[in-house]
Design a protein around this ligand. Structure first.
Ligand SMILES: Cc1ncc(COP(=O)(O)O)c(C=O)c1O
Length: 420
C-alpha cells in the first residue's frame, strides 16, 4: 500500500466529492461555500454544465492530439478565439499546462528575442514552483528555501506596497521607480535586461494591486531601453479582477501576457501571448511539450469563454467584487486585528496584524481561516507571513452568496479576535 506524500498539505480538512457553482460537497453531503475556487481556477464555478458538456463531447472524440506531432480542432479554434479577448497587438499564442510552465515559456521568449540575460521581478511577486520560476518568486522564502542553486539573471525591485512601507500610494510608487533606476545603475544595466515580469495584483504576495503610475513607469523604462514588459496574469486574468485582464485597470499595455488558472475552468491549460513579430524573434522549436494544448482542456476553454461572455461574468466579478470588498472592510472596521483590506474585483484580502505593534499576525489569520472552514466557508491565506486571508470565489458568485460569506466571516472574527 502506498500513500500521499506528507509534504503535500491541505488548507482545509474537506475531502471533496463533487462541486456545483460556488459549492463543494463532501461524501457526507455537507455543503461548503467555496471562496477559494481551486486557487482562482474554477472561473465559471464548479462543473458548469456547458463546460462539462464540451469536455464530455471532446473526450469521446479525441483526448490527446499531441501538438508537435499533429494539430487538432479545439486548439486551432481556441488560438483564433482568444483574439476576442487578448490585449491589442498580442495576436500570437502558445499553450502549455501550468502557470509555472507558461512563465518559463515567457522567460525563454524574452531572453531569446532580446539576446539579454536578465529579468527584473518585483518584491512580493509569485511566479511558480519550478526552479526558474521559484528563482523569480519573492512572495515567501517557502518557495525557494533549500533548493539552491537557483537560476541566475534575476534581479528584484520594490513593488509599491504602500501598506507595508507605511506610506501613501504616491510615495511608495515614487520609491519603487527610483529604486528600479538605482537597480539599473548598480545591478542590471538596461542593455543586459530582457524584461520586467510583474503581476498587476500581487497574488500569493498578499493581494496588493499595482497602480497606473507604477505600471506606466515600467512601460516608459521598457520603451526607453528596449526591455519587454511581461504581465503575469495567471491569477488576475480571465475576468477575476472585474476587467478581462488585471492590467486593464491601469491603462498600460504589455508586450507579453501570461495566463492560466481561469482559462479552462479547472482543466490544466496555460498560455502566453505576444505579437507575432516578437514570437518570431525567439528560436524555432523553443516552444513545445508533450501535454500542452490538450484537446479536452481546449474544448473546456472554448466553453469557458462562451460562458464568461454570455453570462457577463466579467461585469459580475466587478459588481460582486465591490460588494465583497465593501463588506469585508465594514467588518474589519470593528477589529484592530485587521490592519488592511484590499484587492481588485473578486480578489479580496484581509491582512491580520498585532493591534498594538502592527506586526504581521500569522496565528490569528490561520485561526480565522480554520474557523471559517468549520463554519462551511472555505478560504485561503497568502502574504509573506501567511497573515492575509483571501477570498476568491468563482466569477458566477451572486449577491446572496457574497452576503452569506460575509455573515460567516463576521462570526469568525467575533470568535477569533476581540473587538477593538
Ligand atoms: C501569478 C502567478 N504566476 C504563476 C503561478 C504558477 O502557476 P502554477 O501553480 O499553475 O504553476 C501562479 C500560481 O498561483 C500565480 O498566481
Amino acid at each position: 500500500m502506498s500513500q500521499l506524500s506528507p509534504l503535500l498539505k491541505q488548507a482545509t480538512p474537506v475531502v471533496a466529492d463533487h462541486g456545483e457553482g460556488v459549492y463543494l460537497y463532501d461524501a457526507e453531503g455537507n455543503r461548503h461555500l467555496d471562496f477559494t475556487a481551486g486557487i482562482g481556477v474554477t472561473s465559471t464555478g464548479h462543473c458548469h454544465p456547458r463546460v462539462v458538456r464540451a469536455a464530455q463531447e471532446q473526450v469521446g472524440k479525441l483526448i490527446h492530439g499531441q501538438y508537435t506531432t499533429v494539430m487538432h480542432e479545439p486548439l486551432l479554434k481556441l488560438a483564433k478565439r482568444m483574439g476576442d479577448v487578448l490585449p491589442a497587438g498580442l495576436d500570437s499564442v502558445f499553450f502549455a499546462n501550468s502557470g509555472s510552465e507558461a512563465v518559463e515559456s515567457a522567460l525563454r521568449l524574452v531572453r531569446q528575442a532580446t539576446g539579454r540575460p536578465n529579468v527584473v521581478v518585483f518584491h512580493g511577486g509569485f511566479h511558480g514552483r519550478t526552479v526558474a520560476t521559484a528563482s523569480m518568486t519573492t512572495s515567501g522564502t517557502r518557495f525557494s528555501a533549500g533548493i539552491s542553486p537557483l537560476m541566475s539573471g534575476v534581479h528584484v525591485a520594490p513593488f509599491p506596497f504602500a501598506y507595508r512601507y507605511g506610506w501613501d500610494e504616491a510615495t511608495a510608487t515614487k520609491f519603487a521607480l527610483r529604486e528600479l533606476d538605482y537597480l539599473f545603475a548598480t545591478m542590471s544595466a538596461p542593455d543586459d535586461t530582457a524584461a520586467f515580469v510583474v503581476e498587476p495584483v500581487l497574488g500569493e504576495g498578499g493581494y496588493v494591486p499595482a497602480n497606473s503610475e507604477f505600471l506606466a513607469g515600467l512601460r516608459q523604462r521598457a520603451d526607453d531601453h528596449g526591455i519587454l514588459l511581461v504581465f503575469d496574469e495567471v491569477q488576475t486574468g480571465y475576468g477575476r479582477t472585474g476587467k478581462f485582464w488585471g492590467h486593464q485597470h491601469f491603462g498600460v499595455s504589455p508586450d507579453v501576457v501570461i495566463t492560466a488558472k481561469g482559462l479552462a475552468s479547472g482543466f490544466p491549460l496555460s498560455a502566453i501571448a505576444a505579437s507575432a513579430e516578437l514570437m518570431a524573434k525567439a528560436w524555432p522549436g523553443s516552444q513545445g511539450g508533450t501535454y500542452g494544448g490538450n484537446a479536452v482542456a481546449c474544448a473546456a476553454a472554448l466553453a469557458t469563454l462562451d460562458v464568461i461572455q454570455e453570462e457577463n461574468l466579467v461585469e459580475n466579478a466587478a459588481t460582486q467584487g465591490r460588494r465583497l470588498l465593501d463588506g469585508a472592510r465594514a467588518i474589519a472596521g470593528k477589529y484592530s486585528a485587521i490592519g488592511d483590506v484590499r484587492g481588485l474585483g473578486l480578489m479580496v484580502g484581509s491582512e491580520f496584524v498585532h493591534p498594538v505593534s502592527g506586526e504581521p499576525d500569522n496565528p490569528t489569520a490561520q485561526a480565522a481561516q480554520q474557523a471559517a472552514a468549520k463554519r462551511g466557508l472555505l478560504l485561503l491565506t497568502c502574504g509573506a507571513w501567511m497573515n492575509v486571508v483571501r477570498m476568491i470565489p468563482a466569477l458566477v458568485v451572486n449577491s446572496e452568496q457574497i452576503d452569506n460569506a460575509l455573515d460567516i466571516w463576521a462570526d469568525v472574527l467575533a470568535e477569533v479576535t476581540p473587538a477593538s
